[in-house]
Ligand binder design. Structure first.
Ligand code: CA
Ligand code: CA
Length: 228
């Protein structure tokens, strides 16, 4: 076998070294790829998260109490219309709390305890609106009848309405939906805390003398809408 020259040996060593270097670089690159790709599973988890789920619902509810019964009476012949009110603070009408006599001939006497009471019996602040089943003209008849309402906090529960009421007796009863205690701001309206969750509705009626005899009733519907 012929001796291999030094030049040949050096050439062979160079080839081996190149192959070795290239192979090492390739292996390192592949290893980095592997680490990068599976970096999320380098060991067993030592912590985790859990959650507790609870779905709550708001309870929007109101309770209406009281029916206003104004009894039986008639308009005195010396006035064109009589004004009666369930409010001690009479405001509307031209004849004052006069002109109306009950069936035994006694003059009308305002009774502030005769009202409709609205209580927030739910657990969320609500806006309150109302409407009547009919207009005043359809309800009472006669010439220019009028029925106005006033809303205010129950005197025993001040701060019940954190929204706003319409001005006293600015609201005429009719079939459209009108505000009682409302606010455009979330969190304001009729509160739900039992110590301050009650408003009262007062009535002021102007009854024409030419109203036809007979019993006349109107049904008012109060609606609550969650505002929280
Ligand atoms: Ca209350
Ligand atoms: Ca309540």
């Amino acid at each position: 076998m012929a001796d291999i020259s030094n030049r040949t040996i050096v050439s062979l060593l160079m080839i081996v070294m190149v192959v070795t270097v290239v192979g090492t670089v390739f292996s390192v690159n592949k290893l980095e790829e592997f680490v990068g790709r599976f970096a999320m599973v380098t060991g067993a988890a030592t912590s985790g998260t859990g959650y507790v789920n609870l779905t709550t619902a708001s309870n929007n509810a109101i309770t209406i109490a009281g029916n206003v019964d104004l009894g039986t009476g008639y308009v005195n012949s010396n006035v064109s219309s009589a004004n009666i009110s369930t409010d001690v603070n009479f405001t509307a009408g031209s004849s004052g709390l006069t002109g109306w006599f009950n069936s035994t001939g006694k003059a009308w006497s305002a009774n502030s305890t005769t009202n409709i009471s609205i209580t927030n019996s739910g657990n969320t602040i609500v806006n309150i609106t109302f409407s009547s089943n009919q207009s005043v003209a359809a309800w009472l008849g006669g010439t220019s009848p009028d029925v106005r309402v006033k809303f205010r906090d129950d005197p025993d529960e001040p701060g019940s309405c954190t929204g706003s009421y319409p001005a006293n007796y600015s609201t005429q009863v009719n079939a459209t939906v009108q505000n009682v205690c409302t606010s455009a701001t979330l969190g304001q309206g009729l509160d739900y805390l039992d110590t301050a969750d009650n408003l009262l509705v007062y009535f002021n009626l102007l009854i024409p003398r030419n109203v036809a005899s007979g019993q006349r009733s109107a049904t008012l519907t109060f609606t609550s809408t969650a505002n929280q």
